[in-house]
Design a protein around this ligand. Structure first.
Ligand code: G3P
Ligand code: CA
Length: 241
C-alpha cells in the first residue's frame, strides 16, 4: 500500500509545520507527516520551513538569529488565510512527545542547504534515540553530504535523498550514499522510475502530490509513499481505488 505523508503537517488546509497541522494529519488518517527542521540561535531544533520568518510568522529575519525563547513568542499561523488561533513554532522535541501517543511515521527534512547548522544532525539523532523513534523516522535532505553524515552517525536510521531534477538510476545513487529510499520531486518521478526503484528494493516517495490524477497514478503503480499537502483527500482517493 502507498503510504500517505502529510506535507509540513497538512499544509493545504492548516498553518504549515504547526501542531494543529500535525494533529490534522492524524485526524484524517495519514500514515505519516513530513516536516522541516532548523536550529535556533541557541541551538534548539525547531520546526519551520523557510530560513526566514517572514512568510509564515508575524516576524522577519532569520530563524538562526533568534533564541528559542524569542521564537516561541511568534505566531506561526499569522499569515495563514484560515481561521486559526495563535500557533507557536514547535520544537522537534515537542513533536516527538506528541508522536509517542500515536503511530505516525515522521519524515524529518534537514533544512541545511542555505545554512549548514553545525551539529544539526547530531541533535536530531540524539532526540530520535532519546524518544525511541528509530523505526518511525525517515531523514531526508537536499544536502546529500548531510545524509552521508547522518548515516555515519546513525546507520540504523533510514535516510532518503531529496532531489528536484533527473538523477541517473537514483536507487543505485541512494544506496551508494548510505540511503535506503528516494524522495524525488514529482517532475522527476515518471512511471518507469517508480517501478524500477520499487523493484530494486528502494522505496520511492515523490513530493508534493496534490492533484487527484497524480495520486491515482502513484497509488496504482504501487508507489511506496506520497508526500501531499492534502492528506484527507489522499486517504479518500486511496480508499476509493
Ligand atoms: O520533503 C519533500 C518536500 O518537503 C521538499 O520540499 O521545499 O516543501 O521542503 P519543501
Ligand atoms: Ca520539506
Amino acid at each position: 500500500m502507498t503510504l500517505i505523508f502529510a506535507h509540513r503537517g497538512s499544509a493545504g488546509t492548516h498553518p504549515e509545520n504547526t501542531m494543529s497541522a500535525f494533529k490534522e494529519a492524524a485526524r484524517v488518517g495519514a500514515d505519516g507527516i513530513e516536516t522541516d527542521v532548523q536550529l535556533s540561535k541557541d541551538g534548539e531544533v525547531v520546526i519551520i520551513h523557510d530560513e526566514k520568518l517572514d512568510r509564515t510568522t508575524n516576524a522577519s529575519g532569520y530563524v538562526k538569529d533568534r533564541t528559542l525563547k524569542e521564537l516561541k513568542t511568534l505566531n506561526a499561523s499569522a499569515t495563514h488565510k484560515g481561521n486559526f488561533g495563535k500557533e507557536k513554532i514547535p520544537t522537534l522535541e515537542e513533536l516527538f512527545i506528541w508522536l509517542t501517543d500515536n503511530q505516525l511515521f515522521c519524515n524529518i527534512e534537514l533544512k541545511n542547504t542555505v545554512f549548514l547548522y553545525p551539529g544539526l544532525e547530531e541533535k536530531v539523532i540524539r532526540l530520535i534515540r532519546t524518544y525511541g523513534m528509530e523505526e518511525r523516522i525517515i531523514l531526508s535532505s537536499f544536502n546529500h553530504y548531510s545524509l552521508v553524515n547522518c548515516h555515519r552517525l546513525a546507520p540504523e536510521l533510514e535516510t532518503a535523498p531529496l532531489y528536484r531534477d533527473g538523477l541517473y538510476m537514483p536507487w543505485i545513487y541512494a544506496k551508494a550514499i548510505g540511503g535506503s529510499a528516494i524522495h524525488p520531486n514529482i517532475r522527476a518521478a515518471p512511471d518507469a522510475l517508480i517501478q524500477s526503484s520499487v523493484s530494486m528494493g528502494v522505496p520511492v516517495r515523490p513530493y508534493t502530490i496534490n492533484e487527484e490524477t497524480e495520486m491515482k497514478r502513484l497509488f496504482k503503480l504501487g508507489c511506496s509513499g506520497i508526500i501531499t499537502d492534502f492528506p484527507e483527500a489522499a486517504v479518500r482517493i486511496r480508499e476509493e481505488l
